[in-house]
Each structure stands twice: as C-alpha cells, then as structure tokens.
Design a binder for this molecule. Structure first.
Ligand code: FES
Length: 144
C-alpha cells in the first residue's frame, strides 16, 4: 500500500468513527434525556403600601404570565389570572372581594377557591413573601 493510499484510508476511517460516535451520542441522549430542572425565581411585586387591605394589583412576570396579588388584610395571596374553566382572564371585584370570570360567570374567593359557576378547580396560587416593605412572589420555571 502506498503512503498516499494509507493516509486517505486513515482519514476516511477517522471520519467514519467520528460520525458513528456523534450518532451514538445522539442515540444515548434520546434514550436517557436530561431531566428538566425546575428553578424557583423570587420576583419583586411592589411595596406593601401600594396594595392596601381589600385591594388587588396585577403583575406580569418575566414570561408575560399575569398574576393578581390580593391583600386580604391578614396576608398577601398571589393567584393566576387564568380561569380554570376555559382560560379567560379573571378580574378582582373589590366590593364583593371576589374574582370574577366574565366568560361564563365564574366566581373565585380571594384565596382562589371556586365560589360559583363552572370552573372545575381553584385558581393557581403562588408563594408570596413580605420582606420589610417589599412584596415578593416565587415563580417556578422549568429549564430543559
Ligand atoms: S372561562 Fe371562566 S368561567 Fe368559563
């Protein structure tokens, strides 16, 4: 075998082995996918004086998801604004101290529990923390 033929065969062999190794790595990643990592982020909502008792304020997180933060007088509660029936936006009715879904007359109390109407489940709640005068919420994010 000539030196030239030897180098051509060696180059083709290395290329073939590299291709097989790359395909094997994709196959292993397909069989054993990396598990999703759940990260909880603490987001500043505002000052406690901006949300007096009986009031609610809306907040949009970094992914554009809307939340309502309610001051019940005893605590702050953060709830999704997405109705659990068909996903319409719920609104705070201050006088009744209820969240109202105008799509099919669904009502939720200030803790997100269903009071009346077709919603099958309570509103999604988020952890709230008050540090000094600041109100913070914790939002979970999943990283793939
Ligand atoms: S979508 Fe809210 S009650 Fe139907």
């Amino acid at each position: 075998m000539s030196r030239r033929a030897f180098f051509i065969n060696a180059l083709m062999g290395v290329s073939l082995l590299s291709g097989i190794a790359l395909m094997a790595s994709y196959f292993v990643r397909f069989l054993f996918p990396v598990s999703n990592v759940k990260v909880s982020r603490k987001l500043y909502v505002g000052d406690v004086r901006q949300i007096p008792p009986g009031k609610s304020t809306s907040f949009t997180d970094l992914k554009g998801q809307k939340l309502n933060i309610v001051n019940t007088g005893d605590e702050f509660i953060a709830l999704s604004t997405k109705c659990t029936h068909l996903g319409c936006q719920v609104f705070w009715k201050e006088r009744e101290r209820l969240f109202f879904c105008p799509c099919h007359d669904g009502f939720f109390d200030e803790r997100g529990n269903v009071v009346k109407g077709p919603p099958p489940a309570p509103l999604t709640t988020y952890k709230v923390e008050v540090v000094g005068q600041g109100v913070y919420i914790y939002v979970d994010e999943v990283h793939v």
